[in-house]
Ligand binder design. Structure first.
Ligand SMILES: *Cc1c(COP(=O)(O)O)cnc(C)c1O
Length: 410
């Protein structure tokens, strides 16, 4: 077996924790019942397991179990939230606000709604990746029905000020008139289990969750849907047997749901110590990398996920950089999210980066199974790669040149 590179792509997905897998396994075989089967013990056992995850998730975000709707992941949760609100509230208004650095699972449903005639405002971000609250306030209109801003960015790890945004949505146009209570949705796929989330204190109305970024299985997630103060209406996007109180039909995927619950439970129990450990690892990586000239940290230096480090490197070609890193580490570049295209990351360009800097970027996603030893190996190799790419003997000095000047070189 060949030695595989060190996995540092935890924003893309994570390994299922052994403890999570162990909790899931019985639900494939012995406890295989349909949680909707109410007339026998097979159904009851499955229903009890589903109920337990509902309770874990509700406790994790300070919601009630009835406010949890299981979905296939955060993509589906985002679609249900955004299209579900648009369809339920379109008579009230047809304006939605979101942000340039959102995941495509938010941007694309918004663009789809635009094609149907909705008005979409996509707010720019500041240089540090944070949404500008005065811009948000200016974007409010009497017909605004929804604001969607992510909790933690999947590329640069930036944590948006959810409570402040939510407060503004509750106030709406305030004394300027118009409707209050603009619904606030947040995509918390990267945040659950990693930062404190409280839908009451933070006044969040809809929150998308997923298991596979937090050491749970792929293909399972949830949408929190507020039931009181105010009660949020959602038009279902998948019709059928009326599961999940009619909001999302389809037989519940019990083993995955158990995995989601266990993954969140573990992450919460270990959150404080793990955050501290990951902060040390990412700071150590940054300390080593920043010894080299012309390496920039992308995103706010403090308001970020503990395990995220995203850098842009001056004077190197993005593709060559990634190629050089690949044998030692599994990381993503700025354009990895849409690997079918070679366009630079929309998140990094939203920060105001040049094409060269947006291309020549690396996202380190440090997680539960990474060690200091691995970080040291990664730092050493990254520095060596960058320095060798910058050597004048290697296709001329690239420092200070623009991407367009370099284009013919590869
Ligand atoms: C991974 C991710 C998604 C998609 O989640 P899935 O569960 O894979 O559908 C959505 N938003 C963000 C911010 C993500 O990081």
């Amino acid at each position: 077996m060949s030695i595989r590179p060190i996995y540092l792509d935890c924003h893309a997905t994570t390994a299922v924790d052994e403890r999570v897998l162990a909790a899931m396994l019985p639900y494939f075989t012995e406890d295989f019942g349909n949680p909707s089967s109410i007339s026998h013990i097979y159904g009851w056992e499955a229903e009890a397991a589903v109920k337990q995850t509902r309770e874990i998730l509700a406790a994790a975000i300070n919601a009630t179990p009835e406010e949890i709707v299981f979905t296939s992941g955060a993509t589906e949760a985002n679609n249900l939230a955004i299209k579900g609100v648009a369809e339920a509230y379109f008579k009230k208004g047809q304006h939605i606000i979101t942000v340039a650095t959102e995941h495509s699972a938010v941007i694309d449903p918004c663009n789809y709604l635009k094609s149907l005639g909705f008005d979409i405002t996509i707010l720019p971000v500041q240089k540090d990746g944070l949404v500008d609250l005065t811009e948000l306030k200016k974007a409010f209109r009497p017909e605004t029905i929804l604001v969607s801003v992510m909790a933690a960015n999947n590329e640069i790890g930036v944590l948006q000020p959810l409570a402040e945004i939510a407060e503004m949505c509750r106030d709406g146009l305030g004394s300027a008139g118009g409707d209050r209570n603009i619904i606030f949705h947040t995509d918390a796929a990267q945040a659950i289990g990693k930062i404190p989330l409280d839908v009451q204190a933070m006044k969040i109305d809809l929150m998308s969750l997923t298991a596979h970024k937090v050491y749970g299985p792929k293909g399972i997630g949830a949408l929190y849907v507020r039931r009181r103060n105010p009660r949020v209406q959602l038009a279902p996007q998948q019709h059928g047997g009326g599961h999940e109180r009619g909001m999302r039909s389809g037989t519940l995927y019990t083993p995955q749901i158990v995995g989601l619950g266990k993954a969140v439970e573990i992450a919460l129990a270990e959150q404080a110590t793990e955050t501290q450990r990951l902060t040390q690892l990412s700071q150590s990586l940054w300390k080593q990398l920043s010894q080299v000239e012309g390496i920039h940290l992308n995103g706010h230096p403090q308001q970020r996920l503990a395990g995220n480090l995203n850098i842009s490197v001056e004077g190197v070609d993005g593709a060559a950089l990634l190629l050089g890193l690949q044998p030692v580490m599994a990381v993503s570049s700025g354009s990895a999210c849409s690997s079918a295209t070679t366009a630079p990351s929309h998140v990094l360009t939203a920060l105001g980066h040049s094409e060269q800097l947006a291309y020549a970027s690396v996202r380190f996603g440090i997680g539960r199974f990474n060690t200091q030893e691995e970080i040291d190996i990664v730092a050493k190799h990254a520095i060596a790669t960058i320095e060798s790419l910058r050597k004048p003997s290697f296709m001329g000095s690239r420092v200070g040149k623009r991407q367009s000047d370099l284009a013919p070189a590869d």
